[in-house]
Design a protein around this ligand. Structure first.
Ligand SMILES: NC(=O)c1ccc[n+]([C@@H]2O[C@H](COP(=O)([O-])OP(=O)(O)OC[C@H]3O[C@@H](n4cnc5c(N)ncnc54)[C@H](O)[C@@H]3O)[C@@H](O)[C@H]2O)c1
Length: 508
């Protein structure tokens, strides 16, 4: 089948079966029924499919109350969801989506039974988050019709669906599932069967780098979260988000990706999260995780620097990369700015202020004099908070000048201890490295990786766009400095990041 034929491939019509009526199966059944399919819902535990349908009835009632759909539409959607008494009832469906427990042998057994029941052209799909699509298909007679169709929780709300091909999946089946996802109002992306697919692989550093920064004493969880939100532009910080997801759930995704990559240090879980899980501090659901919950819980305290006087003069050397807007903002705030040629940095009364490149400020100060580092922001003009780190050599009076400069531009300032790559810079550099490496390893194409991170986890900017904004050379330098300082194999730069940096240098 050529690409034109693939692009016009038809969505699957006919009845759909969903096997497993837990959190995901229930949601997927509603998505398919809402798109007009009759959905046969089967669960191994008798009564579970009926209970799921009752729950879906309540969910639909809420949509009616909010004016999102009419009573008639809610009734029609629910009427299309039919609990099945046994697998035999599923023989006439065109598509089966499996959402049973995450267990390779249970899923394999199930698909072997299903294969002998359904028509030869029916498509078999799994909602697995972590198992190999190739491995699940290997005992099937027709593995070409088997693929991953990975929805996110809650399936009726979240738009992204990863369509995952195993080694034997027919391209026509991938095209059919893409078209089906679109017909169901979803945003499909296509990826290969590799650990974590796109989102659960590329997002690992979002959690891992924050937890490592915490372990290294960079700042408190509330301060790191505040920087990730207000400087990085992420909707939630990594600690509040993992408390919401459940520390056990997030830890087990990390662990499964780590194991699937044969214990590659890049994906190694963090001790600080393992301790929380062992203690039963699972987040919101247990009343305590990185934060405490409940009426008596203390409000998280963000370490915001106290007010400092704004400096009178600022010297700017060269260009500051993504932080360049700060120069005009300093001028607008009444600071006397003079600009010079030279390698990009600011000078405030003898204190050198540079965008973090992964080196330690203290290391640099040994040869460069007093150094302060600025953390990355998504948008320096509109960020309400910025992170600063100081070399150990910098006296308090000098620290106040850098704090005062940023406060004069209406920024809250958080002081981060002098750790490599600070908070936002190390996280975003490692996210970009992971996204680029997924492209390099042909997990998915650039466009689908951008879409996956924007639509699947609501990142404020596509990671490949972010690479352009920061500059490939700078991102590579950050990753290489992290690698040099930590030297544990975690911070290996992707060969494609090196290529992109070399290309960018050639075009300068
Ligand atoms: N929960 C999530 O956030 C999420 C997100 C994406 C994908 N997934 C994947 O979706 C799948 C289901 O996850 P869940 O959270 O809905 O699990 P769940 O535990 O809520 O539901 C699983 C259901 O499958 C049923 N079941 C078990 N074995 C069965 C069998 N052989 N035949 C029929 N039914 C069987 C169970 O009785 C249960 O009702 C897993 O593969 C999981 O990795 C989960």
């Amino acid at each position: 089948m050529n690409d034109k034929a693939l692009a016009t491939s038809a969505a699957i019509s006919g009845h759909v079966a969903v096997v497993g009526a837990g959190a995901m199966g229930r949601g997927i059944a509603l998505v398919a029924a809402s798109a007009g399919h009759t959905v046969l819902l089967f669960d191994a535990i008798a009564g579970t499919a009926d209970k799921a349908r009752t729950q879906l009835g309540r969910d639909l009632d809420r949509l009616v109350e909010r004016g999102r759909i009419t009573v008639d539409e809610a009734r029609a959607r629910l009427a299309r969801i039919v609990p099945a008494a046994g697998l035999d009832d599923l023989r006439d469906v065109s598509l089966v989506i499996e959402a049973v427990v995450e267990d390779m042998s249970i899923k394999r057994d199930l698909f072997q039974q299903l294969e002998s029941l359904v028509a030869p052209d029916a498509v078999l799909a799994t909602n697995t988050s972590s198992l190999s699509i190739t491995g699940l298909a290997c005992e099937l007679r027709y593995p070409g019709r088997f693929a991953g169709m990975h929805f996110f929780n809650p399936a009726p709300v979240l738009p992204l669906v990863e369509i995952v091909h195993g080694a034997s999946t027919d391209r026509s089946v991938i095209a059919q599932l893409q078209a089906t996802a679109v017909a169901w109002g979803k945003t499909p992306v296509v990826c290969g069967s590799s650990p974590g697919f796109i989102v659960n692989r590329v997002a690992r550093p979002f959690y891992g780098e924050a937890m490592r920064a915490l372990e290294e004493g960079a700042a408190t969880p509330a301060t790191i979260d505040a920087l990730m939100r207000e400087s990085g532009g992420f909707r939630m910080g990594p600690f509040e988000l993992t408390d919401l997801i459940g520390q056990d759930v997030n830890y087990s995704v990390t662990e499964s990706v780590y194991k699937a990559f044969h214990e590659d240090p890049r994906y190694r879980p963090c001790a600080v999260q393992q301790e929380l899980v062992l203690a039963g501090h699972l987040g919101r659901k247990s009343g305590r995780g990185f934060y405490q919950y409940g009426d008596a819980a203390p409000a998280p305290e963000i370490d915001t620097a106290p007010a400092a006087p704004m400096p009178v003069r600022l010297q700017v050397f060269g260009r500051l990369g993504p932080a360049q807007p700060l120069v005009a903002m300093a001028g607008a705030a009444g600071v006397v700015v003079t600009c010079h040629d030279g390698p990009g940095h600011m000078d405030i009364d003898g204190l050198k202020l540079c965008l973090s490149d992964g080196r330690l400020a203290t290391e640099r100060a040994a040869t460069e004099g007093p150094v302060a580092l600025l953390d990355l922001a998504l948008d320096y003009t509109n960020a309400s908070r910025l992170g600063l780190a100081f070399a150990d050599q910098v006296p308090d009076t000098m620290r106040a000048t850098a704090i005062g400069l940023l406060q004069g531009m209406n920024k809250q300032v958080c002081i981060v201890d002098d750790v490599p790559g600070m908070v936002v810079m190390r996280t975003v550099a490692m996210l970009i490295n992971e996204a680029v490496d997924a492209v390099y390893r042909k997990v998915a194409n650039e466009a689908d990786i951008e879409t996956a991170m924007l639509r699947g986890v609501n990142y404020p900017l596509g990671l490949l766009d972010w690479l352009q904004r920061i500059g490939a050379n700078h991102v590579l330098t950050v990753v290489q400095n992290l690698d040099r300082i930590h030297g544990d194999g975690r911070y290996r730069a992707s060969p494609l990041l090196r290529r992109k940096a070399a290309l960018a240098s050639a075009h300068q």
